[in-house]
Ligand binder design. Structure first.
Ligand SMILES: [Zn+2]
Ligand SMILES: [Zn+2]
Length: 117
């Protein structure tokens, strides 16, 4: 099951509800991306075989820490990172703590807002 968090920028007030990095549920594996064209964060679907991903995570990883996320990226991330709002946009992977897509201030992580599956 995936978890979304509320992120808020203390600089400009920008808010987004994203997983804040790698996330996965029953239907898909996602990673948060930052699009400079939309100046928005969104969650890009990176794989639609989350069961394979889950098996891999259980096999390879004990903790879901930064090193795990990096290893997972190397193994699972597509070469082309695309904005989830418009797939023609080039985006870049975004993980908490990361910069605001509008003003560059580090976003604050807030409440867990929902679970998805
Ligand atoms: Zn901002
Ligand atoms: Zn975009």
């Amino acid at each position: 099951m995936g978890t979304l968090f509320q992120f808020r920028c203390p600089g400009c007030g920008y808010e987004a509800q994203v997983s804040g990095g790698l996330g996965w549920g029953i239907l898909a594996v996602t990673h948060t991306v930052s699009c400079p064209t939309c100046t928005e964060l969104s969650d890009m679907i990176v794989a639609e075989e989350p069961w394979e991903f889950s098996e891999w995570m259980e096999r390879e990883c004990v903790n879901r820490d930064d090193a795990v996320a990096k290893a997972a990226q190397a193994r699972w991330m597509p070469e082309k990172i695309r904005c989830d709002l418009d797939h023609r946009h080039k985006a870049s992977l975004w993980s908490h703590p990361g910069p605001c897509p509008r003003c560059g201030t580090t976003l604050a992580k807030g409440e867990m807002t929902m679970l998805w599956d």
